[in-house]
Design a protein around this ligand. Structure first.
Ligand code: NOJ
Ligand code: CA
Length: 700
């Protein structure tokens, strides 16, 4: 309590200091400048010492980012690196609550103090650069704003000098950059000194227990930023280059994406942060009531476990008959959609290396798209489209409008896209007809994804890219950008060597998921599919080492823990019909939330979320652990006070263990109130999924 007061007083003092300096009449602002978060805990200090633009960040008085350089370098033109001086600054504050059309919470509080700092060059041509800093209670954001100015029109950025000087001896959770597998790596838990390069979000814990995550928001007209460590503890922005070597092609005036640092005194604080969304522009699409959230099934896992094939052979998955079977199942259990992969020409043969063969308007003869679109709609279900490009983006863009028109005409409201190709394997045919290879996170793909999202929006279609550009919160601006992959998902448990580790889903919430929803595709009930006899002799199963390294209860918990407004029930229909009791949780759990609260957790160890349904009074709790068994005590304080609830609990049994007894699950009911502390025993690789419904509304 005492410390909170002290910080509040200090924040007022800082605010005053900035205001005095910047009162009209003080044309020239004097460095250093400061801006503090509304609660005073976070302070940003901006300086121009020795002609370099720098910023530093403290949290409750502790330096969490030491003075770090800022700047931009341009090809063949003067940029912003040295000989810079603060020439002007203007403060602002903002306090607003806005509503999400769908999301992890309906209302988002956007509250920050801002300072817009203008730097001028003291040598060379007249140059102006604005850096806008925002201090929120949950972190900071800043971006470069390069105004129109004499002699600076077309700009090729060849370096962004942004640094993050971080605390040594911190522990870091990260994945490597510029690899063949894009964002699909197992997370590394290392000492900060061992991180050569990292994608963002990169999450760390300082020796004093402060949790931070570095990322970016509103990645538009720019290339993706990753980080390289070039001196101990000192990280630098590393922008993904175009094939020709330039990092970003742009023209003045332009703004960069926001560089973001989420900061919290504990791990769960990162999960309760809305900073990335708050740094994005409001919805630009107007009425988006046509964007459908919900659960879906698909002709998908069958291919990954080699029951079916994408190509048009004897076990082709995407047949009219098989799709009808899935539509019937979806209708029977209330799923909103059926994803069908392998329906279009191009899958036969080596599709991984031949994206140019894909035809997005021609189905295989055994797949009657219009008839199935109609059949689905008669049953209150929709087909979910699929466009695998194998990274041949020019081939896809050439067909994009027609492909989306076709899907629109058969009632499709969501399309999953795919960019299976090695890193730097995106094919682009340039204006001279020459083939170029691009990175998945370079500016070309940043632009491409937005082009697809906008084209799709014109047809009331939502987009869910796999092998995507990372999420930077653009779902706020384009709410039809419904979900994406961008990390190792469930598919790795079918064929990954190694498959996802038990700790993977206890790291994802604190890393990848800080950027936004993920189409992880939970809900596998047959945890060792490679132990099944093969359906065809020439199609052997994968290595049994590839399996789901979780308990069954943890598969259910993932629906609450890993947020996505569209969630797949990824397993085969027959595996669900064989275990209807467990399936009931998947049928009940919503995908659109009134509110979400991370209750407890440690990065890589465990996490507990409570979420309230947007369309009823029900709450849900999901908890997952890593390879360690643990007992979690979860206070239900978020429930309405004085109201009786029934907890429907799906938890690991006493002897459950992902390795030996993954199916041992207890389903039980318990009467609870907001005073109850729910005890959840989690097995190694285990989890718990709980539905809490008001007693007056429960059936029992
Ligand atoms: C990789 C995607 O992540 C997966 O979901 C999809 O089935 C395959 N590509 C084929 O498109
Ligand atoms: Ca993938």
């Amino acid at each position: 309590m005492v410390s909170t007061r002290i910080y509040t007083i200090r924040s007022v003092a800082i605010a005053i200091c900035v205001v005095v300096l910047l009162t009209p009449g003080f044309a020239v602002a004097r460095a250093p400048l400061q801006v503090a978060s509304p609660d005073g805990a976070i302070e940003i200090t901006i300086n121009d010492e020795a002609g370099r633009a720098t910023y530093a960040v403290s949290f409750h008085g502790e330096t969490v980012v030491a003075p770090s350089h800022l700047g931009l370098l341009f090809k063949d033109q003067h940029g912003f690196d040295r000989n810079l001086k603060i020439s002007n600054a203007s403060p602002a504050s903002h306090d607003e609550t806005w509503e999400q059309p769908w999301g992890e919470r309906r209302f988002v509080h956007d509250n920050y103090n801002e300072i817009q700092v203008e730097f001028v060059a003291t040598k060379g041509p007249v140059r102006k650069l604005t850096v806008r800093f925002r201090a929120f209670n949950d972190g900071i954001g800043f971006r470069y704003e390069v105004p129109k100015q004499k002699g600076l029109k077309t700009v090729d950025i060849i370096d962004e000098l942004t640094e993050f000087a971080l605390t040594s001896q911190s522990t870091v959770w990260s994945i490597p950059t510029r690899g063949w597998n894009r964002y699909e790596y197992l997370y590394r838990t290392t000492d900060i000194g061992e991180v050569e390069d990292a994608h963002t979000p990169m999450t760390l814990k300082t020796p004093s227990g402060v949790h931070m995550s570095i990322h970016e928001a509103a990645l538009v007209n720019y290339s993706g930023m990753s980080l390289i460590q070039f001196r101990p503890g000192r990280f630098k922005a590393d922008l993904s280059p175009w094939s020709g070597g330039v990092l970003v092609k742009t023209k003045t005036p332009f703004v960069t994406p926001w560089r973001t640092i989420q900061i919290s005194e504990d791990a769960k604080g990162l999960l309760n942060s809305d900073l990335i969304l708050n740094l994005n522009e409001p919805n630009k699409l107007g009425d988006v009531s046509w964007v459908e959230t919900g659960k879906y099934i698909g002709i998908w896992w069958a291919m990954h476990i080699r029951d079916r094939s994408w190509g048009s052979d004897t076990i082709h998955g995407a047949t009219t008959q098989e799709t009808k079977r899935y539509i019937d199942f979806a209708a029977k259990y209330g799923f909103i959609g059926v994803l069908v992969e392998g329906w279009n020409i191009g899958w036969d043969g080596d599709w991984f290396n031949h994206g140019d063969l894909f035809k997005f308007t021609e189905s295989y003869p055994d797949f009657d798209l219009p008839a199935l679109g109609a059949y689905a709609q008669e049953k209150g279900v929709r087909l979910i489209g699929h466009h695998e490009t194998s990274g041949d983006v020019t081939n896809y863009e050439n067909q994009l409008a027609d492909a989306l028109d076709l899907y629109e005409s058969v009632g499709v409201r969501a399309v999953k896209t795919g960019y299976v190709a090695d890193g730097r394997g995106i094919e682009r045919i340039d204006e001279n007809g020459v083939k170029k290879y691009e990175w998945h996170d370079g500016q070309f793909m940043v632009d491409h994804h937005l082009r697809v999202v906008k084209e799709a929006a014109k047809r009331k279609i939502a987009v869910n890219p796999h092998e995507p550009i990372k999420d930077t919160g653009l779902r706020r601006t384009y709410p039809n950008w419904i979900s994406r992959e961008g990390a190792r998902g469930q598919e790795y448990n079918a064929w990954g060597q190694p498959p996802n580790s038990p700790e993977h889903t206890a790291i994802l919430p604190y890393t990848r998921m800080l950027s936004g929803p993920m189409d992880f595709t939970p809900g596998i009930f047959d945890l060792e599919p490679n132990k099944r006899p093969p359906l065809r002799e020439d199609m052997p199963r994968g290595d049994p080492v590839s399996r789901v390294q979780t308990t069954l209860a943890k598969q259910l918990a993932l629906y609450v823990v890993l947020y996505s407004p569209i969630q797949m029930a990824a397993d085969l229909p027959e595996n669900y019909e064989n275990n209807l009791e467990a399936f009931q949780f998947i049928l009940d759990v919503p995908t659109d939330w009134e509110d979400s609260i991370a209750l407890s957790g440690e990065v890589g160890d465990h996490v507990v979320f409570a979420r309230k349904d947007r369309n009823s009074d029900d709450w849900y709790v999901g908890a997952v652990t890593d390879e360690e068994a643990r007992r979690l005590s979860v206070p239900l304080r978020f429930l309405d006070e004085g109201r009786a609830y029934v907890a429907q609990i799906y938890r690991d049994g006493a002897n459950a263990d992902w390795k030996t007894r993954p199916y041992e699950m207890v389903i039980e009911e318990q009467a609870v109130t907001s005073d109850t502390i729910l005890e959840l025993p989690l097995a190694p690789g285990g989890g718990a999924a709980v539905r809490l419904l008001p007693a007056d509304k429960s059936d029992g």
